[in-house]
Design a protein around this ligand. Structure first.
Ligand code: SF4
Length: 412
């Protein structure tokens, strides 16, 4: 393995949007170097894989992590750079887009809105993200060339005319979810214009905005942006996967929003090698609560190609949730644990008592069912807590779990 210092210098601090060059590594045998090169190769072969994109703020967090751990492959590193096993771990029935978003895009608004549920739409404001997450379940949408006439987003007056007309034709839509990509990559004046247009539609009662800015680019949470949320009563949903992402820089704007009464929530996936332990989620929950962010949803990863190395076996997801609900405060028990599927969001109670096949589960909801391909037990090696929370905790009591639980005991 290459030395952390050498690789750290190679990665550098500049804003990277393309893979690191092979020459920038000092030792040819480094598996992490090979994993980055493999990403580049697979993209060149046309695979749906996002290029590396590590914002400078996040790169600094990773450098601190590498210093602390003494090697690569810690939780924040795994968010931004590929694990070597990402390219060698596959399970049957992996697909390109499990939730079939494309089937719910109305004619004339393809790649702009997703209308899956009667009362709400997802508005893809842009396909550009602040940074690229290795576990991304929507690589076909994030980074896709679906933006409006050169502006780099879907916020033009022309597109908003069409969205507002659609909302007026569908008055049962009460909520608009501004997502992407990441809306925080858009110009603030264009975002303001979009919000003003959407909130002027009488049937629209609420808007929320999803972003990973607290983790990737907290400097983007400017006072002007906060004013927009405050004045238009927009709820903010951050996608923090690990407590160490919410550092002091992220805390400043979040606390400012808390003081100004903005409703904030956290929604995140449970990812192997990043947060697959109840202690991590509890620490994340306590940190979020301190910053005024409610823990809303913990998602089960989609069965997407090249994501198997990040998935957690279903039974272990539920075991982790049970630990949190048993040991955590009551407000942590309100967090829902769910899976996005072609039939909508499903939870543990929607699993039928019989299986469709080996490592397969059937979820049934409102008369519709979907088969979910789990990962085999032998692939789901839990990550030791000492790696996931290498810098310790400020809030969570880790003595609740004996060392044997951390990574050497498997769920059924
Ligand atoms: S921010 Fe979301 S959409 Fe963008 S790469 Fe990460 S997971 Fe994918």
């Amino acid at each position: 393995m290459c030395s952390p210092k050498a690789c750290r210098e190679s990665y550098g601090k500049e804003f990277r949007t393309e893979p690191v060059s092979a020459e920038s590594y000092n030792e040819a045998a480094c598996p992490f170097k090979a994993a980055v090169e493999k990403l580049q190769q697979l993209r060149a072969q046309g695979e749906d894989i996002l290029p590396l994109k590590v914002p400078p703020h996040y790169q600094r967090l990773i450098e601190d992590e590498v210093n602390e751990l003494g090697d690569f492959g810690g939780p924040l590193y795994n968010v931004a750079y590929p694990k070597p096993e990402r390219w060698t771990t596959f399970v049957p029935n992996e697909v390109k887009n499990f939730v079939a978003d494309n089937e719910h895009m109305p004619a004339g608004l393809e790649d702009v809105i997703i209308h899956r549920y009667t009362g709400k739409i997802l508005y893809l404001t842009t396909s550009t993200c602040l940074g690229h997450c290795q576990y991304c379940f929507r690589p076909d949408i994030a980074g896709a060339a679906n933006q409006d006439e050169g502006a780099g987003d879907n916020l033009s007056p022309h597109i908003l005319d069409r969205i507002c007309a659609y909302l007026e034709e569908h008055p049962r839509i009460r909520e608009v979810i501004l997502s992407g990509g990441d809306p925080l990559t858009c110009e603030i004046s264009r975002l303001e214009y979009a919000v003003q247009r959407l909130t002027a539609v009488p049937s629209v009662k609420s808007c929320r905005l999803h972003t990973r800015a607290p983790a990737y680019a907290p400097q983007g949470l400017t006072d002007r942006f906060i004013r927009l949320l405050e004045h238009c009563n927009i709820h903010l949903v951050i996608h923090a996967v690990h407590p160490y992402e919410l550092d002091a820089e992220a805390a400043t704007p979040l606390l400012a929003m808390r003081r100004r009464g903005i409703m904030m929530y956290n929604q995140f996936p449970l990812i192997r090698g990043i947060n697959d332990h109840p202690g991590v989620i509890m620490e994340l929950g306590y940190r979020c609560t301190e910053l005024g962010v409610h823990m809303l949803s913990m998602f089960i990863a989609d069965p997407i190609k090249f994501c198997a190395a990040y998935r957690v076996r279903l039974q272990r997801v539920f075991d982790i949730a049970d630990e949190i609900f048993f040991h955590g405060e009551a407000w942590l028990s309100n967090m829902r644990v769910c899976q996005d599927t072609p039939i909508g969001k499903v939870k543990r109670e929607h699993i039928l008592p019989y299986a469709a096949g080996p490592d397969q589960h059937i979820f049934r909801r409102q008369g519709r069912s979907v088969t979910y391909q789990d990962i085999p037990r032998e692939l789901d090696n839990p990550t030791p807590l000492s790696r996931l929370l290498y810098a310790g905790t400020a809030y969570a009591d880790l003595s609740l779990w004996p060392e044997r639980y951390y990574g050497h005991e498997r769920s059924a």
